[in-house]
Design a protein around this ligand. Structure first.
Ligand code: 0X9
Ligand code: ZN
Length: 356
């Protein structure tokens, strides 16, 4: 378990660990100092959009406009819906021909997981501009539906006010704490088995009811509207370096095609393992390798018939956690591309990419 402790609580916390005989190791001595370093690194490249730093929502949107214009013959904008604070949640469809299997990428549902939208935008750029033959095949033989930033309000808040913000920004009717964990808000075993919290102050608050968050209501409706054309869903998260398959509500039960899901996840992990970075990716079902978590995108999507459905936790394994330094954006992107190529290759072999 990774725990972030308020400086004023450190003494008490250490005492608590000692009292219960819990061993520990300090991963990040001062979270603020790595945030400050990240802010400086971002400022260094501040006048250009790119992947040497983390871009703001406004920058991502301007970049997206340019991409949609430049590649207008193979791209199409779609609007997922409107956030609580009134922002438009935008996505891009990339399609080179008819009859392709569909892949949905949901990214930055958790506001503080900046590496996810950095990777999603890089990935979009690669699909459209790479001249590498394998990437061309990847791009042109699938229909891509990519939402680079789903939790737009939270993302802006994490840039402007609190780097560690995770949830949405909708206030509660009965608490002064703000926001819901959007990845606990889909209508899939919602709030069952301790897979989420009913405390509005919790980081994993499931909300007053499923789909209470406009972002999640909209995203579920969007996915539902295209589910018959979609074979694979990938939800981009950080951190932990792990591919998580259904289910999140129980470790006692596994999906019917669990073996296939593990074989496909292994292909991703093995492919990433061949790169020189040496990153190790684990895989397994959410509840068996991580913790019980209900109401998440990939479980819900699986239940809608999207049988290849993963949460992918990107870098790292805790050295920087959510505040992954910008220097690691490109290595993470490369790993993701390599992993996805292998993942879809394995899906193809197993017959999951046939027209639905
Ligand atoms: O807890 C989460 O929502 C995800 N981990 S994170 O550190 N990015 O917050 C894991 C979600 C996977 N859960 C299910 N698919 N049920
Ligand atoms: Zn997450």
């Amino acid at each position: 378990m990774h725990v972030m402790v308020d400086p004023s609580e450190v003494k008490r916390f250490l005492l608590f660990l000692k009292l219960y005989g819990i061993s520990h190791e300090v991963l990040i001595a001062n979270v603020q100092s790595i945030i400050d370093t990240e802010t400086e690194a971002n400022a260094r490249y501040s006048n250009t959009f790119g992947w040497k730093r983390y871009n703001t929502l406004a920058e991502i949107e301007t970049w997206l406009d340019g991409i949609l214009e430049k590649y207008s013959n193979v791209t199409e904008e779609f609007v997922v819906g409107t956030s609580y604070e009134g922002r438009t949640i935008r996505g891009i469809k990339i399609s080179y021909k008819e009859g392709n299997p569909g892949v949905i990428i949901e990214s930055n549902i958790h506001a503080n997981e900046w590496i996810t939208s950095a990777t999603a935008t890089w990935f979009i750029n690669e699909l459209l501009s790479s001249e590498n033959q394998v990437v061309r095949e990847l791009a042109e033989n699938h229909d891509w539906y990519i939402v680079p930033v789903l939790n737009v309000d939270g993302f802006v808040y994490s840039h402007e006010k609190n780097r560690m913000w995770r949830k949405t920004r909708q206030p509660s009717n009965f608490s002064s704490c703000i926001g819901v964990d959007p990845n606990r808000n889909y209508d899939s075993h919602w709030m069952q088995n301790d897979g989420a919290s009913d405390d509005p102050c919790s980081q994993v608050y499931g909300g007053p009811h499923a789909y209470s968050e406009p972002e999640i209501k909209a995203m579920s409706e969007f996915i539902f509207s295209i589910k018959d054309k979609v074979n694979v869903l990938l939800a981009f998260h950080s951190y932990g370096q792990v591919l998580l398959s259904p289910y999140g509500h129980t470790a006692e039960e596994f999906p019917e095609n669990y073996e296939d899901l593990m074989q496909v996840a292994k292909a991703y992990a093995d492919a990433v393992g061949t790169l020189s970075y040496g990153s190790v990716f684990q895989y397994g079902s959410v509840a068996s390798v991580l913790y019980q978590a209900t109401g998440a995108t990939n479980d819900w999507a699986y239940e809608q018939g999207i049988l290849i459905s993963y949460t992918i936790e990107f870098r790292d394994s805790g050295n920087f956690g959510f505040v992954l330094p910008p220097a690691f954006i490109l290595p993470n992107c490369e790993e993701t591309l390599t992993g996805i190529i292998a993942l879809l290759g394995e899906c193809q072999k197993l017959g999951y990419l046939d027209a639905k």
